[in-house]
Design a binder for this molecule. Structure first.
Ligand code: DX5
Ligand code: ZN
Length: 213
């Protein structure tokens, strides 16, 4: 089954508890977008918010680091309660080391790429990562338009994973909605991240079931 990961960037921060409980009831994963204003032009939220969510989260927390020097914060995210942690390939000096650091802290390790990075650059890490995060918008902001070429990129990575026979999963993030979910699942996505399409929907539960398929 494809898992629905909800990007809390589009949650209502004045009623965050309500939105966390909604994800507990209806979705599979909390997707937490961490931006530093350096690797990406935007700043999101940090540890106080992550730790507060952790107090009541009943589903795994997946932190997506869009920051420079991701290695500095790996332990801190483990302590804050993250079960999955991803960083951007081009933000790390030695991606293999960061992946093994994440695993040594007891989390699933993921490596992310923006839409302008050839997917082949992920190949050397497919057997060292628990998942890859294929961005379907440029990291930095919620609510952007899905880039359709992402579907082919997911398929290409999936073929390579099958060829290698490794258990690496594919997460897709950015502009994902009921409109493109089926194609992404068919292409090989295991985890679909969605923020604005869920929180802005008249019927968010229906959107989540469309993501899962
Ligand atoms: C973009 C983030 C995404 C994004 C998803 O930098 O990594 O997780 O917030 O939100 P939507 O679904 O609104 O594109
Ligand atoms: Zn994200």
């Amino acid at each position: 089954m494809t898992l629905a990961a909800i990007s809390m960037l589009s949650a209502d921060f004045l009623h965050l508890e309500e939105d966390v409980r909604f994800v507990n009831r209806h979705a599979d994963i909390f997707h937490l977008d961490i931006m530093d204003g350096v690797f990406v032009p935007n700043i999101s939220y940090g540890f106080p918010v992550v730790e507060s969510m952790a107090e009541i989260a009943e589903k795994p927390m997946d932190a997506h680091l869009m920051i420079v020097h991701p290695e500095k914060y790996v332990e801190r995210f483990a302590k804050a309660g993250a079960a999955m942690l991803s960083f951007h390939l081009d933000a790390a000096g030695n991606p293999s080391e960061v992946l093994s650091l994440i695993r040594s802290c007891g989390m699933k390790a993921g490596i992310a790429i923006n839409p302008d990075i050839p997917v082949e650059r992920l190949y050397p890490f497919l057997d060292k990562a628990d998942f890859v995060l294929v961005m379907s918008v440029f990291a930095g902001f919620g609510g952007q338009k899905f880039i359709p070429e992402s579907i082919g990129r997911v398929r290409t990575v999936k073929d390579e994973i099958l060829r290698k026979g490794c258990p690496c999963q594919i997460e897709v993030d950015g502009g994902v909605s009921a409109v493109n979910a089926a194609e992404l699942r068919e292409a090989g996505a295991d985890i679909l991240v969605s923020g604005s399409a869920v929180f802005r929907a008249a019927d968010p539960v229906q959107v989540i079931s469309a993501l899962r398929g």
